[in-house]
Each structure stands twice: as C-alpha cells, then as structure tokens.
Write a protein that binds this ligand. Structure first.
Ligand code: CU
Length: 753
C-alpha cells in the first residue's frame, strides 16, 4: 500500500526510518539524506536562456575573503557600521558584485560582475561594482536602540538578476497579496510574478516588538515598477514608525537582550528563499554588551592583544549556482504540477563565503575569532580544518558563542579525537543548518596540532581547507567542490606572544547563563513536523500539519475553508500558539518527515533540552488513526483538538508519544548547550526545547517581562523551518505572545518603535 505522505510504500519507508531511529545522532542526517534521495526527481532543465556553469569549472581559492571594513561605504570589504543614536539608512539595491574568481573573470571578458540583491549603507544611488554583496556588519550595543530606515529600491529583469524566473505564484505568498488576493490566483499558476520586487527585513534572533520583527506579511514594494501594476504596495502586517516613504519602513530595535551574534535578512512570504538566502539580502548584526565583563584578551567584537584589537571575521557561508555568464542561476523546474517553479530544496554546487566564490584568507600563527552564519537555502555544513597537502586535520576549533550569546565556557571541537573521546561526547566537527550561527576561536598556532605537524615534518607556510562533509538531497558532497568551503593560508608570521584570550585555558566567558532545564513548564506543547508528498516528490512541508493561514478544508468539497477549532484570528490568519508572556513552555516536536529541519522561533532565545528517537511507524499509525476517517489529512491541523491536553498532559492536538519512545533521550551537543533560536530537529526524533517568553537574564523559575509590549499593534511573530524553500511553502506558523497585565514597559509603540 502506498503511503500518501511519502509516495513510497510504508514498509519501505519505515524500514529506513527504523534504521535511522536506531542509529547514533551523528549519522541521522546522512541516512535521512539517503532516504530522501529515493524520492528525489530527475534533473530538470534550467530557467530559459541560462546555461549552467558547473561548480567544478570554477577555479578555487583565487581571491581573498572580504573582511569587515570600518568604512561603511567600503566597496572592497564588508561595510561595517557602529550603530548609535542616529538613524541608519539601509538601501535594498540590485547591483553587480565581484562574486566570481578574478581568473575566471579575466578568461570571460564579457563578465562585469554578478547581478545580485544586497543591503547597502546610506541613501546614495545604487553602487557600482563592489567586491561583496554581503550586507553590512552592524555593531549595536545593548541598551542603545538601533533605528533603521530600510529603503526598497530593488529591481529584477532578464538583464539583471533573474529573480522573476524563480517566483512561483502557486505558493501562499506576498505575490498574490500584492494583487489584492488572500490566496493564490489560479490564472497566475503558470506565470511568474511581474510586479515590483517585494521585501521585508527581519532581525534574526532579535528580541524585538512583533510589529518591527519584519515578519513575512509586513512586506512593502520597491519604487521600481514591474511590468504589471499591483493593487497593494504593503502587506497586511506592514508597520513603520512615522516618516517613511512608500517604499520604506522604519524600525527601531531595542537591543535589550544579551550580547549575541544576530543577523538580518529578508523574510518575504513565499519569497525568502529568493530574496534572502539566494538573492543576497543578508547581513551580520553583532550585538555587544558594554557592561559585560569579558575575560582578558576577549574584545566585544574580536580579540585583544595588548593595545591592539583584531576584529572578528564574519563567515557568511552560502551555496550558489551560476550560469556561463557568471550570473545567478536558480533551478526553477518544480517536481509537481501543483507548484510549477518551486524546488523542494535548493542545493548549489558552488560555495561562496562573504559573497566570494571559494575565497582564501591569509592568517598568521595566532588566534582568530570568526562569526559563522549558515545563510544557505537548505545546505547544512559539517566543518573541520584540514591541511591540504598532508591531510592532517586541525587546528582545533573552540566554540565561544551560540545563536543567542556567549557560552559559559569554550567548547572544544577536536577533529583528531579518538574513539574513546568521541564515545564520551567529544565532537570532531561543527554542524550548522541554515539560520544557525556560532562564534569560534581558531588558534593557527595550536600546540596540539603543531605536534601532529611536526611528527610528519610539515612546515609553515601551509594551506588549510575548511572542509564540509554534510550530505544534501543529492548525497554526500563532492570532496573537490561542495566539500570545500574556503582556504586558510597560514603564513610563517607569528607574534612574539599571543596575549589574546586563550580558549584552551577554560577561563569562563561570562557569568553562568540562566538555565531553563528543570523549570516546571506552564504548558507543554507536543507538535509535529510533516511533509506532504505529491506524485513527483515533496508538495509542501508543514508544522503541526497546519497551513500558514490556520485554515483547513471544509467538511465537504466546495465548502469554504474553516479555521483550526479553538484558534484565534489575527487577520488574515488563525493562530494556535498563543503563549503567555513570562511563561516557560516545553515544546516537544516530533519530526515525521524524511529530512532534518532547523526550527526557528522568533522573539526569544530558547534552550535545547534533549532529542529522543521514537518509533515512527507505530506512532504514525496511531496518529493517522486519530484523524476523523482514520486517515492522515494533509493540512488539516493536528488530528485531535489542539487545546485539549493529551494523555501526557500536552496540548497541540497530537496523541501521546510516550508508548512509542525508543532508547534514551540525549542531551544537546556541548556546543549547542547555550541560548539558541534555531535548532536541528532530525527525522524520527522528538526534540525538546524550553522556551521562556521573557528576556534571557530573568532568573530561572521566575516570570519576567519584556521592556516592550510584545503584541503591541496586534503584532505577531512566527516559528518555522529555516530551510527557506520549506518556509516559503507552508512550513511556518504565526504566533502571538499574550502580554502580561501590569508589566512595566519603557519601550513604547509610537514613540520608541
Ligand atoms: Cu524544513
């Protein structure tokens, strides 16, 4: 019997699911990719007029990595802005960037840069050719709000960025909203979007009021018209402080949270994969805390050696495909007729870092601090360093910060750990799925590594490759292309003494963070990740089997859609996640898909408690049986009433999973055990997170409130999968924090934001 969710026989599916559920955590991703591969489709043609340039035809390690440049108008580095009291203007532009290697450009004289989207600093006209399209690094200080005027000047055409070819108007998206329709327009199904480019900026990881969160329906249109008019130039959740032009929004972020490596990127409904992760609208936001007492040698935005500061180096890691003209090429042949242009997971065969194809960075034999962002659509990176010539792995890496801020102490990643150490939990690589960030320190004079080099008589200078071994829907990465992220050229230069913070010392990075484990939750929600599969492959992905709108089919064909029972309408959607401000909730999320998903919650930082395998076959049988006709109904919401607790006391509308648990719950990896806003949830596992709807530094077990009304202006947040191809196709839900009565606020709507 064929399973309607997977399109393959249930027995076949469960055999593989059982295999992965029993496996160790580290191999799950690989096996899930293998399983996914079975449902994958044959290669489809590229967009009309573009010929793919295979990644293995692009030279590697030709040009230096762009690093941060304290000139906000820099065209060679990453423009960097220290935010203060003044309004910052960020223009969303379409422009040319020097993404392709200079040797390739020299051999292709017709190439004058790759058309891309990007954020640029200042109100000036679109820039000329720049080295990178990566958005500016904004350095903001805790306690000093950052006011940003975002200006949408984006344009797209066959002569510039081929963005229109990538749009799919069958998705629930801003594109039909711009035409005044709540739902996709049937007559547009085979057509690409032809109006002005729509966009909305989101501060990822930011603890900000919902109206300035830049959610998917808060979009606004460019002042550059398309070929067809639109009837709405703002989304239903658009908000701005007073004084914005029609193609602008003005947001002020409170910066009230703990120091953290945040980033900002576009979040357009049905278009995040096009605008942000593939198009280029993304940048780093380093929130520092001037009052945080850091250990000697650690600087808020880098490392300190005596009187010298070495600024941190952002590594925005993304994958791309290019055409033979060096222009962005996004495959747009859908796998199902229902979505003619949507691709379930974009995977590029070329890696870019900070907007440059396979760059290199020359380093001295000393410590460096890096700020890593996985800014890709769907690609995970599992990373370690390796000497290119000898194959010796290392140096070691130390993780000092997660998505939401500093860890209590550095966590070692040792690629040469032995079996016993690995069994004891030692990690040998750093895994990141889209949306995750980590800050790491690498000592290019690591004494342990130098011993290994000396034993093999390897001498400096030497070249290291930042390797990637994470599989994709296409299987394992090719070692010669996707298996390489960038190169580090370690020179013979070395300081007489490196007085910067040494992570190997184990000196704490901060006073111990608040820990939410053990707090009695006000509510436990048990929710699911679901995949709906059509004739040709994945059709859509869902959280808790619920559409973005919260609407499901009526009882009979032809009936209008109806909201999930008990849900609350915040137009134009119906919400089921309505946590009370100050409450600590446990969210238990069962991944019933054949994929890993990085699940991201807006508004707060949370903590991963554990992951535990469950018997998917048996659970799914019970789950399916709980639906009205004893059969899974895609998009129906959970099978039972959302708000009636199940046998284990959890709301969410799903049957108790307890009888189906397998094995032990495993704690988060040591480097994940800090504040996170995006965590990897694997197939066949229940991932448990503790979410407190309050600031991070409120003591555990107490309530607390935000300095702003989180629901001011009836604003909503979202929670979603950060595979942007998934979030663009229903794997996202709006939610709203119920403000605490009587909470003291000092950041007010209308004046402060
Ligand atoms: Cu996903």
């Amino acid at each position: 019997m064929e399973n309607q969710k997977t399109g393959i026989s249930r027995r076949e599916f469960m055999k593989r699911a059982g295999l992965t559920a029993a496996g160790a955590g580290g191999v799950l991703l690989a096996e899930s990719a293998l399983v996914r591969g079975l449902t994958m489709f044959a290669a489809k043609p590229p967009p009309a007029g573009q010929v793919p340039l295979p990644g293995n035809k692009i030279p590697q390690f030709i040009d230096p990595l762009p690093v941060l440049d304290l000139n906000p108008a820099s065209t060679t580095g990453i423009p960097t802005v220290v935010a203060g009291a003044n309004e910052l203007v960020l223009n969303m532009h379409t422009f040319k960037a020097n993404i392709m290697p200079s040797t390739w450009a020299a051999a292709n004289p017709g190439y004058t840069g790759t058309w891309t989207f990007g954020y640029r600093v200042g109100p000036a006209a679109a820039p000329g050719l720049v080295e990178t399209n990566v958005g500016p690094v904004i350095v903001a200080s805790r306690g000093t709000p950052t006011r940003i005027r975002y200006v949408n000047n984006l344009e797209a055409s066959a002569n510039t960025i081929h963005w229109r070819d990538w749009t799919d108007q069958t998705l629930h998206s801003a594109f039909h909203q711009a035409k005044g329709e709540m739902m996709p327009i049937a007559s547009d199904a085979q057509l690409h979007y032809d109006g002005p480019v729509l966009a909305v900026p989101h501060l990822h990881g930011g603890e900000v009021p919902a109206v300035v969160d830049g959610g998917p329906e808060a979009w606004f249109a460019s002042d550059v018209p398309g070929t067809a008019p639109i009837s709405m130039d703002k989304g239903p959740a658009y908000y701005s402080m007073a004084g914005a032009a029609a193609n602008e929004c003005i947001y002020t972020y409170p910066n009230s949270q703990e120091a953290a490596p945040l980033w900002f990127h576009d979040h357009l409904l049905g278009g995040t994969r096009l605008n942000a992760t593939f198009g280029g609208l993304a940048g780093a936001y380093a929130l520092i805390d001037p009052d945080l007492d850091l250990p000697d040698g650690l600087h808020p935005v880098g490392l300190q050696r005596g009187g010298t500061t070495d600024y941190l180096i952002p590594l925005v890691i993304q994958d791309r495909m290019f055409d033979t003209n060096g222009q962005l090429l996004m495959p747009n042949a859908g796998v199902n007729p229902e979505h003619p242009y949507w691709v379930p997971e974009f995977v590029g065969d070329t890696i870019i870092v900070n907007g440059k194809v396979w760059p290199y960075l020359t380093v001295e034999q000393k410590r460096y601090r890096f700020f890593l962002i996985n800014g890709s659509n769907s690609r995970a990176y599992d990373m370690f360093l390796q000497d290119t010539a000898s194959g010796i792995k290392g140096p070691r890496m130390w993780v000092i910060a997660t998505d939401g801020g500093y860890l209590d102490a550095p966590v070692l990643i040792d690629p040469n750990a032995n079996g016993q150490q690995i069994k004891a939990g030692q990690q040998t690589s750093l895994m990141m799925m889209p949306g995750e960030r980590y800050e790491i320190i690498v000592d290019f004079a690591d004494p342990v590594w130098r011993t290994l080099l000396a034993a093999r008589r390897v001498r400096f200078p030497l070249n290291l490759t930042l390797r990637n071994t994470a599989p994709t829907v296409n299987g394992n990465p090719k070692a010669s292309t996707e298996g390489r992220i960038m190169q580090f050229r370690v020179s013979t230069a070395a300081p007489a003494e490196d007085t910067s913070y040494n992570p190997a010392s184990g000196i704490p990075l901060r006073p111990p963070m608040v820990r939410l484990a053990g707090v009695t939750p006000a509510k436990t929600r048990f929710l699911t990740l679901n995949e709906v599969v059509g004739a040709g492959g994945p059709l859509e992905a869902l959280v808790n089997n619920t559409k973005w709108s919260g609407l499901r089919h009526g009882m009979n064909p032809g009936d209008p859609p109806i909201p999930i029972p008990g849900s609350v309408e915040v137009p134009p959607n119906w919400l089921t996640e309505l946590p009370e401000e100050g409450d600590t909730e446990i969210w238990e999320i069962a991944n019933m898909t054949m994929d890993s998903h990085p699940i991201h919650l807006h508004a707060v930082q949370f903590q991963l408690l554990s992951r535990q395998p469950f018997d998917m076959k048996a659970f799914m049988a019970a789950y399916d049986m709980a639906f009205p006709d004893g059969m899974f109904m895609p998009g129906h919401g959970p099978p039972n009433d959302y708000f009636t607790p199940n046998a284990a006391g959890a709301i969410g509308g799903n049957p108790d999973y307890t009888p189906f648990l397998l094995g032990q719950a495993t704690p988060p990896l040591a480097y994940e055990a800090g504040w996170k806003d995006t965590v990897i949830m694997r197939m066949g596992e229940i991932s448990r997170i503790a979410v407190r709807w309050a600031p991070q530094d409120v003591p555990a077990g107490t309530s607390g409130s935000f300095p702003f009304d989180p629901a001011a202006g009836d604003g909503v947040y979202v929670w979603h999968c950060h595979i942007t191809d998934h979030e663009d196709n229903e794997m996202m839900r709006p939610d709203q924090i119920q403000p605490k009565a009587g909470a003291v606020r000092d950041f007010e709507m209308g004046t402060d934001f």
